[in-house]
Structures are given as structure tokens and as C-alpha cells.
Design a protein around this ligand. Structure first.
Ligand code: HEC
Length: 468
């Protein structure tokens, strides 16, 4: 069997997911602001051109325009940065996505180019153009920015809910997958809310506005917070479109994920509640400090939301197709026989640090199968997690990995490799002593083999038992 091995990067104590996560949250926040900002500028341009609110033009041509420019540039750079990082962390996942969706990606890129060009043209020449031309550029920008969300949303939501694509492999089945619409609509509402909050902050910081004009503009911007009333419904619809096990992680199955979900929901509720009071009970004035605080809450909500969305895919990067550690389920049977490190062509870093061949083998197994979600000593650290477990406990828990925690893939190597991994963990826990006996007990290997066979190579049953 030809298993495709790729080089695996090591970010030290930082888990790989953390690296992508931080970049991702910044990117998503900025990109969503750039989308909502575009729509908001169209709205304000319309307000001023139709005479409904003449000072709106001052706002469109002011600092906000600059912010939108900055955020679509930084959004673009962090976006490219995301692909750059994720292709190093999980080349096989990105490879499959490109294989399946290259045309969609090409379309997304054309929208993206249009976004950049029209956005920049408006920024550069907008103040010199007549009304219809201004409007054309703004509408082009807003449509293109939202369009790039539309296209990328299909690819990203497919990762979590491939739906009927799993059987048909028809590209549109994958694109318009079960979570496509709820996720697109939810993100659109979020984009508008973020734009409104940033707009309020900017309006407060514009010295040229008198209090009356400012209040007028803030009330107009606050209209963009109104769609937030849909968020509970959209959020619920989105969650319901998830597979049942993914949903169970965030509703108590995994404390960390539930916590992040609460963070997302809580922050959104606070923003929403404030918006409702401000808009419906009328004349409330969102001042600079409040607007900034609300923006920070929105960032927290984005962070919580993105963490939950990424985490809910576990143990897959593409649900039911590819495990997070880049192994496909049908490949596990072979890897169990042949060994997961046997054909891995990449040498270990600092191989001489390991006193025995067994430990080197363990390090390769860890790198290949576990390091995507675990570090040895840092985030989700192996040594801390196994704390005071005996060697036999480690053997059994790892052999039955998908039962130990249903969001882990099954162990995908041989019994000898598993023992090497257990020895490695104990050696690391003992602070890397210079001398280490190799463990060469056939009875132990036999025991591990029995556990491996009992666990099988299927993923955990769909519904984890209660109590996790
Ligand atoms: C898809 C990501 C993922 C992969 C791949 C993965 N793990 Fe885990 N593992 C987790 C998460 C998440 C936890 C939960 C940590 C917590 O409870 O705080 C965990 C927990 C554990 C625990 C503690 C279980 C307990 O009952 O407390 C052990 C042991 C463990 N993993 C070993 C491994 C080994 C060994 C590998 C590689 C063969 C591996 N994991 C691969 C995500 C993963």
C-alpha cells in the first residue's frame, strides 16, 4: 500500500491547531468586517444620495473607508497566511479540498480580485466621482466581498457536513451541503453587526461631527444590528445541521468546547441585548467606549464560534473522509499490519536525543498520529494528560483510543509501535533520562494486540455514551 507521507512541522509547545486558530480568528473577524463594511457603505451612500441623511456622505468618505481598506488588505494577507499555514500543517486535507473544489476556488478568487480592485478604486477616486459611479463601485465592492464569502463558505462547511456528497461525489452536493445556508446567513448577520459596531466607534471618533449629526448617524448604523434578532434561530438551525456527535461535543461532551460555545453565545447575547435596547427603546446613544467594548465582545464571539466550528469536526478534517492526522479510515487496517512509521521517509529532528531505537520509533509514531492535536509537554500535553497512569493503563487507553475519547481517531499503527509510544511518554514524563531500557516483552505486545483487536478500526460509535 502506498500511504502518502508528508513532512510534519513542529511548532514546539504550541499545538498546531492553536497556530491556525489564532490566525483564523483574526482573519475571520477582519474579513467579516470588510464584508459588512461594504454593505454599510452602500447603505450610507444611498442615504446621502437620496437625501434621507445628507451627512452620511461625510462618513462614507471619512475614516471608515480607510478602515475597510485596511481590513480587506489585512484580511487578504491573513487569508493567504491561513492557507499557507494550513497547507504545512495538513497538506493532505488541503490537497483533497483543491482536488474537489478547484473551480469553486477559482471563482472565489475572481470575486476576491473584483473586491480588491473596486474597493481600492473607491478608496482612491471615490470623492471625485459623481453619484452613480460612486454607487457602482460601492455595490461592486459589497457584492464581490459577500460573494467571496458565499464561495468559500461552501468549501469550509463541506468539511464539517459533506452530506450527500459522501455518496454522490457531485461537486454541488458538496458545495450546497447541509450547513451551507445556515452558516452563510449567520455569517452575513455577524458581518453586518460587526460593521455597525465599528461604525459607531468611528462616528464617535470623528471630530468634525456635531452631537446631533453623530446621533443621527449612529441610529442609522444601528439598523445593521437589527438582523441580530435572527441569530438565535440561525444559530440553532446551524447547530441542527451538524452531525449528532459533533453537536454533542459542544453541548457538554467536551468541556473546553462547551465553554467556548458559551463564550460565543454569551458575548453575542450581550451585544444583541445592548443593540435591542439601543435601537428599539430609541434614543440611546452608543458612545465610543461602549462601541469599542461591544467590538471586543464581537471579537470574543468570533473567537468562540470559530474554535467551536473547527473543534466540532474532530476527529476529522473532512468528516468521514479524512482524520485530523491525515489518515483515511480504510487505510488503518493496513497501517496496523505494516506499521505507521515503517515507510515514513522523514528523519526525526534531534534524533540523537533519544537513547534507544524504541524511543525513536515512538517519536515517529507520535509525530505522525498524535502531534496534530497533542504536544508532549505544552498545549494538550501528552505527559500531563496521562499523569499518573501506569504503563498498562496507557497501553489500553491508547489501543482503544477512539473509545477513550470519541473525538480521537483509532490508533493506526502496530502493537510494537504502540509500545514504543508508551515508552516514549514514560521517558518524557521521567524528564528524558540518559539511559533507558528497551521494553521487549512478548506478553506485553500480545496484550496490546488483543486490545487493538477489541477496539477495531472503526471510529467511535456515533453517539458517545452519556457522562463524557
Ligand atoms: C483529533 C485530535 C486528536 C488526535 C489525532 C489524538 N488526540 Fe488524544 N486527545 C484529543 C483531545 C481533544 C483530548 C482531550 C483532552 C482533554 O480532555 O482535555 C485527548 C485526550 C487524550 C488522552 C487522555 C484521555 C483521558 O481519558 O484523559 C490520551 C491518553 C490521548 N489523548 C492520547 C492520544 C494519542 C496517543 C494519540 C495518537 C496516537 C492521540 N491522542 C491522538 C485529541 C486528539
Amino acid at each position: 500500500m502506498d500511504f502518502p507521507y508528508y513532512p510534519i512541522n513542529d511548532f514546539g509547545p504550541m499545538m498546531k491547531g492553536v497556530v491556525i486558530g489564532v490566525l483564523g480568528i483574526v482573519h475571520v473577524f477582519l474579513a467579516q468586517f470588510a464584508i459588512g463594511g461594504g454593505i454599510l457603505m452602500c447603505y450610507f451612500e444611498w442615504l446621502s444620495q437620496t437625501g434621507r441623511c445628507p451627512p452620511a456622505r461625510q462618513f462614507v468618505d471619512g475614516f471608515f473607508k480607510f478602515l475597510v481598506l485596511i481590513s480587506f488588505i489585512v484580511g487578504a494577507i491573513t487569508g493567504v497566511g491561513m492557507w499557507f499555514t494550513s497547507i504545512q500543517i495538513s497538506p493532505r486535507t488541503i490537497g483533497m479540498m483543491v482536488d474537489e473544489f478547484h473551480w469553486i476556488w477559482a471563482i472565489e478568487w475572481t470575486f476576491f480580485c473584483l473586491e480588491i480592485v473596486s474597493g481600492y478604486c473607491f478608496y482612491r477616486y471615490g470623492s471625485r466621482l459623481d453619484g452613480p459611479s460612486r454607487m457602482t463601485f460601492l455595490v461592486l465592492y459589497a457584492v464581490a466581498a459577500w460573494g467571496s464569502l458565499f464561495w468559500i463558505n461552501g468549501i469550509l462547511s463541506w468539511q464539517l457536513t459533506p452530506g450527500s456528497w459522501l455518496e454522490t461525489h457531485v461537486i454541488w452536493d458538496g458545495f450546497f451541503n447541509p450547513s451551507f445556508w445556515p452558516s452563510l446567513l449567520y455569517r452575513t448577520v455577524v458581518s453586518m453587526a460587526i460593521a455597525a459596531l465599528v461604525a459607531c466607534a468611528v462616528m464617535n471618533a470623528m471630530p468634525a461631527l456635531n452631537r446631533e449629526t453623530r446621533t443621527l448617524l449612529i441610529h442609522r448604523a444601528a439598523h445593521f444590528l437589527l438582523p441580530m434578532v435572527l441569530m438565535p434561530v440561525l444559530g440553532f438551525w446551524y447547530l441542527m445541521s451538524w452531525p449528532e456527535d459533533s453537536r454533542s461535543w459542544v453541548t457538554g461532551g467536551s468541556p473546553a468546547m462547551s465553554l467556548f460555545l458559551m463564550m460565543g453565545v454569551g458575548s453575542s447575547l450581550l451585544v444583541g441585548a445592548y443593540a435591542t435596547i439601543a435601537v428599539w427603546w430609541g434614543k440611546l446613544y452608543i458612545n465610543g467606549a461602549t462601541a469599542t467594548l461591544l467590538c471586543a465582545l464581537a471579537l470574543a464571539a468570533t473567537g468562540g464560534g470559530e474554535f467551536v466550528r473547527e473543534g466540532a469536526r474532530k476527529p476529522y478534517t473532512i468528516r468521514q473522509v479524512l482524520y485530523s492526522n491525515s489518515i483515511e479510515q480504510p487505510e488503518i487496517k493496513d497501517l496496523r499490519k505494516v506499521g505507521s512509521a515503517t515507510n515514513d521517509p522523514y528523519p526525526l529532528q534531534q534524533a540523537t536525543d533519544y537513547p534507544t531505537g524504541q524511543l525513536r520509533l515512538g517519536a515517529k509514531v507520535f509525530r505522525f498520529q498524535c502531534s496534530i492535536c497533542h504536544t508532549m509537554h505544552g498545549v494538550n500535553g501528552m505527559v500531563e494528560l496521562t499523569g499518573n497512569w501506569s504503563d498498562d493503563q496507557k497501553r489500553m487507553m491508547i489501543a482503544k483510543l477512539q473509545q477513550t475519547k470519541p473525538f480521537m481517531p483509532p490508533f493506526s499503527g502496530s502493537a510494537v509501535e504502540l509500545e514504543a509510544l508508551v515508552q516514549l511518554i514514560s521517558w518524557e514524563a521521567a524528564d528524558r533520562p540518559e539511559r533507558q531500557e528497551q521494553s521487549v516483552d512478548d506478553a506485553v505486545i500480545q496484550r496490546i494486540q488483543t486490545w487493538l483487536d477489541e477496539a477495531g478500526t472503526d471510529p467511535a460509535p456515533r453517539l458517545p455514551r452519556l457522562g463524557y
